[in-house]
Design a protein around this ligand. Structure first.
Ligand SMILES: [Fe+2]
Length: 298
């Protein structure tokens, strides 16, 4: 069993999501600081990686470039492990082999944060490879709470659940999305990764006020933010993680910092991924905005 009380939100700073295109930058000679150059400085305070990219064969620690990259990053900054396959909303519980592989990576990297999404993605052993939204209903809460409990028991630690973007309401649920998220988090005693971009996207797609979302969230459980870009297609917003973080997302980020205080943030950029230094500048903006709002040093 986990200790019943939540611990205090750690100060992990601001960083970026590592993508395959950055591996050369991370592995460049001297990029570990071994030649005394500043190239060893990643220039961010936190790095997030997609957990499953670091599953080795048969649930072992990976070899080759993935191992070298993640060990070099971890030697410099805390790491956030961000999974995409736990599927806590799927009726089938997470496979034991998945949980064992996850535990292997956690024991290896000792991440500051372990997260996945509040969504479903499989039925009867068939995987959609997508982050599918859930109906905001009691039965869906019960399934997610059970599965989060299984994951937390397997890992011996709390995980963070992320709110996902969606384009249509399904399943006839009546509660607001934020109430669903917080009910799962409270009953499972897990933490929350609040994706600010997904709130902006869903506010447009489902016709709610993004500030109402923030007002319905218990800040004590929010340990991380995601920031990202999207495409406005007129009738709806498409969550494609392309381009720099748009002004509307920065504005909601500022409102979130004003409400919850400084929270660790990660910039996600998944299409037309730019060089590391461009991403790093986005993380610096997140850090500077938070510092200006909470009175710290920029
Ligand atoms: Fe996200």
């Amino acid at each position: 069993m986990l200790a019943p009380a939540m611990s205090v939100r750690p100060s992990l700073g601001h960083g970026v999501g590592l993508r395959l295109t950055h591996y050369d930058r991370i592995l460049a000679p001297g990029a570990d600081g071994s030649d005394g150059s500043l190239a060893g400085d990643l220039g961010v305070e936190l790095v997030e990686v997609v957990t499953e990219n670091f599953f080795g064969p048969g649930g072992t620690v990976p070899g080759g470039r993935p191992r070298a990259v993640l060990e070099r990053v971890r030697a410099q900054v805390p790491v956030a492990l961000h999974g995409v396959s736990l599927g806590v909303g799927s009726v089938d519980p997470p496979p034991e082999e998945y949980l064992r592989a996850l535990r292997t990576v956690v024991d290896w990297i000792e991440p500051a944060i372990v997260s996945d999404h509040l969504c479903w993605g499989s039925v009867g052993g068939h995987y959609a490879h997508d982050l599918l939204p859930l109906p905001y209903r009691e039965d869906a809460i019960a399934v997610a709470v059970d599965n989060v409990g299984r994951a937390q028991d397997a890992l011996g630690r709390r995980i963070l659940l992320e709110n996902v973007s969606s384009y249509a309401a399904i399943g006839g649920g009546t509660m607001p999305e934020w109430e669903f998220l917080m009910e799962v988090a409270r009953r499972a005693d897990c933490l929350v990764l609040l994706d600010i971009n997904n709130i902006v996207v869903n506010a447009k797609n489902h016709g709610f006020d993004a500030l109402d979302y923030l007002a319905g969230v218990d800040g004590d459980r929010v340990w991380q933010f995601h920031l990202a870009g999207h495409t406005d297609r007129g009738a709806y917003k498409f969550d494609d993680h392309v381009g720099p973080v748009p002004d509307e997302v920065w504005s909601l980020y500022e409102a979130a910092v004003a409400r919850f205080g400084e929270v660790a943030s990660i910039v996600e950029w998944d299409q037309e991924v730019p060089p590391w230094e461009v991403l790093r500048a986005q993380a610096e903006r997140a850090r500077d905005l938070a510092a200006a709002l909470v009175g710290g040093e920029a």
